[in-house]
Ligand binder design. Structure first.
Ligand SMILES: [Zn+2]
Length: 303
């Protein structure tokens, strides 16, 4: 008779152990060497780019605040030079979450104008709700912003950050290391999985495809691409990815022209059937990608 309460207690106990394990699950930072001076760090959140220059380090994106010590330890394995610049590819928390930990007298945070505006808005809310301190708030904000392009010069290397319009958000920038021939695409490219397009933050399907085509013009067959998420990639894979996005875009546009509703496009598995198995098993499913394409291409928001 007392078996049921006992079982319930057991299940609760097992449940809490699983929850604790999930919380404490150790994040391991791995390092990929992409060129003589450029590395990719993977942990949790967006891929980090590290450039080791003649007298300083330039870093692209910083994942989450809770991982900052681990990320710093990994960078220290590559160089003991100071991190002079931290570049944010866009505003999302898994790319800017560590800003306050890395910001300091030696480090300047650089981003597009809209990144500062959106990080400011988000962190102001956190400040108002007393989740963060005034100094943490100040340190989260990019200190140098640009509207179009910005170039960093270091020895023989020129590093160009260039803004692309209405792609993953309204503040995306790609960073190209000319001599090392490495391109960090931020979240305008998810290698091997469907893209996440943040329509509420100014992203669009047309802008994302246009951005990827622009990237294709900049790079060559030897270029290594750091995607916002996924493994290091290349021109051939990016070209195939663009073809996939254009195919889905054409099919959704045809459905919209034929008068299909959002529900009908979401239910129409044919639209993305060729790609769901390879690209739709993660964060963004086939149905989710059809919904995003419909909303963006019919110029509605996801409100
Ligand atoms: Zn993002």
């Amino acid at each position: 008779m007392k078996l049921l309460p006992f079982l319930n207690t057991c299940l609760l106990f097992v449940g809490s152990i699983l929850a604790i394990n999930a919380q404490n699950k150790e994040v391991i930072i791995t390092i990929d060497t992409l060129s003589p001076q450029v590395y990719m760090l993977t942990g949790q959140g967006g891929n980090i780019g590290i450039y080791v220059g003649t007298d300083h380090v330039l870093m692209i994106d910083d994942q989450f605040d809770r991982l900052s010590d681990k990320i710093k330890a990994s960078i220290a394995l590559l160089s003991d030079k100071p991190i002079a610049f931290l570049f944010n590819t866009h505003m999302h928390g898994d790319h800017t979450g560590g800003n306050a930990s890395f910001n300091g007298p030696q480090t300047t945070i650089v981003a597009h104008d809209n990144v500062r505006n959106r990080v400011k808005e988000r962190e102001q809310k956190n400040l108002d709700e007393a989740k963060i301190s005034e100094s943490f708030y100040e340190d989260m904000l990019p200190e140098v912003t640009f509207s179009d392009n910005i170039t960093f010069y270091d020895g023989n290397e020129s590093i160009i950050g260039f803004h692309v319009h209405e792609a993953h958000t309204d503040g995306d920038a790609l960073v190209y290391f000319m001599n090392n021939n490495v391109l960090h695409m931020g979240d305008t490219y998810f290698a091997g999985r469907y893209p996440y397009i943040d329509l509420k933050s100014g992203g669009s399907v047309a802008g994302l495809i246009k951005t990827q085509k622009k990237a294709l013009m900049v790079i060559n067959d030897e270029t290594v691409i750091i995607p916002g998420h996924g493994r290091p990639s290349n021109k051939k894979e990016l070209a195939a990815y663009i073809a996939m996005l254009e195919d889905i875009s054409d099919k959704v546009q045809k459905a919209i022209k034929a008068g299909a509703s959002l529900e009908e496009v979401k239910a129409n598995t044919d639209i993305s059937a060729s790609y769901d198995a390879t690209h739709g098993s993660g964060f963004i499913s086939g149905e989710a990608i059809r919904e995003t394409f419909y909303n963006s291409l019919s110029q509605k928001t996801t409100e």
